[in-house]
Write a new protein. Sequence first.
Length: 537
Amino acid sequence: MSGSTGTYMVGSDPTEGGRRKRRRLWVWPLLAVVVLGIAAAAFFIVQGSRAVALDAISPPPDSVIDTRPVSISCELSRFVPGKGVLTLTVDGKAVSGADLVTREGLVKADLTLADGPHTVALAYESGGVLSHRVDQSWKFSVDTAAPTVSVGSPAWFPSLTARNTDMTFTFSEPATATLTLDGAQVAVHALDSAAPGAKATVVADEGEHVLALTATDKAGNVTTQKWDLVVDYQAPQLSTEGLPDAEVWKKQTSAAVTLTVSDFFADQVKVAADLDGQPLTLQEQSAAAVTQTTQGKKAFGFETGTLAEGTHSLDVSATDPAGHVTTLKREFLVDTSSTFGARPLKSGAEGEDVKQLQRILKLKGVYQGDPTGTLDDDTATAVAAFNSQNGLTGGEVVTVETLKYLLGYIRIDVSERKLYLYSGDGQLVKTYGVAVGMPAHPTPIGTFRIITKQKNPVWNPPDSAWAAGMGPIPPGPGNPLGTRWMGLNSPGIGMHGTPAPSSIGTAASHGCIRMKIPDAEDLFDRVFVGTPVQIVA
């Protein structure tokens, strides 16, 4: 068509009505899409509101519990038993239906589990168009046993030997510790090592105490252990009474000794003593009360018995419960007689009696030296040889039996007017006729010994009425003592020769034992200073 102002296309409507018509054509599909979207969103919202969710679990993750059985529970919101698939596993093993409890919003199982770590896993999957899953796992530990406690040091525990003692304790598992001494708190620290335990410095006075340690593990299990503690860090004290202080006993041959031990634990102190290496029997005395210094006292008594001439050694030891030892050692020389035969002799003896011993041992062929007056090693060896030759058990000691064998003995029978000489083994060596004391001056009866020997003696008148006005008589044919004098330890009494042999066999002397001069000289050469003399009625 000519004369138009625009281009005209077939099928198009350039008018307003046409344009409206075209808009209606695309609005309806868009509206349909929106409606479908809203419907889908509403569907998913509804499905989501119905999905099961895990809200809480027990035991909590990484917790430690101290009870058995263990209650495992899972709170599941919107959970309905019988819908979906539910699995609860413990340590990789599914919990059986008999042990599993399910109810709306809760899954639970009460199980008996061993002490140690455990792993729990919960898996849930719902059914339906849209599937929902819950997949959760966690760990916890069961600990129903209390920790064990042992003392690591000191090795001598529960006895402590110092006022300040560093102690260590070991535990079977990690635990916190508290320590008390007699109820008072003691500072405790963890061990420096990786091992579970504790250390502390215990400060305690001597005496008995109670030490208590409490260990609490992570699960709250508690162990309390108590020890009766003995603290003893001072050695006992020793003192003696009745033992002479002198190094040389000049007048004393025996002693009754009291040993006193002072210690906090006096009743538990062990005391031992020996004399010359031989144990002494100690008799406990009445115990003394505890003093203000808290030290108790305990006393023991013993007797030395009659001691031989020579050096002696006393050794005493006192040991307390902690092992502290106090010793007392005393050495002393007994030298109370110079008369050989009067006393037994041992190493260290000194004096004329030892010289006489050495002379006799030389005559017996067991000693080669000169008389020194000291019972030294050579003399002791000679004594041991003599004892051995004669089957005696004295060893290096001149015992009473040794003296008997060395000296033999004399027996004088007053009624028989006879003198019998015996060897050390009791064999009769020789018999001599003698004169004895007249009735007015009888020969004394008893046991004596020869204390002096003299050749060609001077006779000195005794202080008696019958000798009044008499003076000394020098050696010679008229000497009343003859040529030999063997004096006894009875004043004025001895065995001697006589210029009046006709008196032999009678009671004619002033108490002495008269012998024929040849017999007196023969006896003189056979006996020694110290030879025992028994005079019987």
